[in-house]
Design a protein around this ligand. Sequence first.
Ligand code: ATP
Ligand SMILES: Nc1ccn([C@@H]2O[C@H](COP(=O)(O)O)[C@@H](O)[C@H]2O)c(=O)n1
Ligand code: MG
Length: 216
Amino acid sequence: MGTAVDAANKVVNESLPSEKKVTVIFVLGGPGSGKGTQCANIVENYGYTHLSAGDLLRAEIKSGSENGTMIQNMIKEGKIVPSEVTIKLLERAIQENGNDKFLIDGFPRNEENRAAFESVTGIVPEFVLFFDCPEEEMERRLLNRNQGRDDDNIETIRKRFNVYMESSLPVIEYYNAKGKVRKINAAKPVEEVFEDVKAVFIPLHEKVVYSFGRIL
Ligand SMILES: Nc1ncnc2c1ncn2[C@@H]1O[C@H](COP(=O)(O)OP(=O)(O)OP(=O)(O)O)[C@@H](O)[C@H]1O
Ligand SMILES: Nc1ccn([C@@H]2O[C@H](COP(=O)(O)O)[C@@H](O)[C@H]2O)c(=O)n1
Ligand SMILES: [Mg+2]
């Protein structure tokens, strides 16, 4: 027979949402390489939910959260926000969403992001979609983006490029050593880049039709 504490714990546990089993693809690449643009195409064609870490952080600033000023200052400086803040936002977005397939765009950005996400959530990405683009092209795109972002000015862009080279590329190398990176040449027109993206996704979503033991 259980104690009153056991009974209380049972009530608490039963009211918590059960662990959600999800498929996660990390979408990485330099600032302006086209991650957000291609994620929109993938969502439309393959039914994933797009979670951009940068968008979640910008929404957190707008919500008037207690972390808002700190996040705003870090983004203006092109710095990486502490992992606990970003991971909480990602976890919440995953839990609140009915889908079970997610593109996580712009995360992990450094080793701290990577290790903390894995230990806190236990989620291991299916693979990493890496948009590879030369810096001059990324700079041109960012300076022409015109979405009113505080960090799309040449001073912050240079800082973001430095952080990318020093902190984000090593994360891509980490996954590459595990055979998990799908590298895409992002220095082509949007439609051509998406053709290469499709080549990665089509085999994952192909319906295999069997007839009398043979694959048709
Ligand atoms: N293949 C492409 N060719 C030319 N322009 C592109 C291409 N892909 C995206 N763009 C444009 O470049 C700009 C940056 O693209 P996008 O916002 O998708 O990049 P991002 O990788 O998400 O950048 P960030 O890391 O800063 O969020 C946008 O104005 C977008 O329309
Ligand atoms: N994992 C992350 C992702 C982003 N940031 C901050 O947001 C800025 C904008 O990110 P985008 O992906 O939208 O370009 C980025 O420069 C960082 O300041 C972060 O801290 N951690
Ligand atoms: Mg983006």
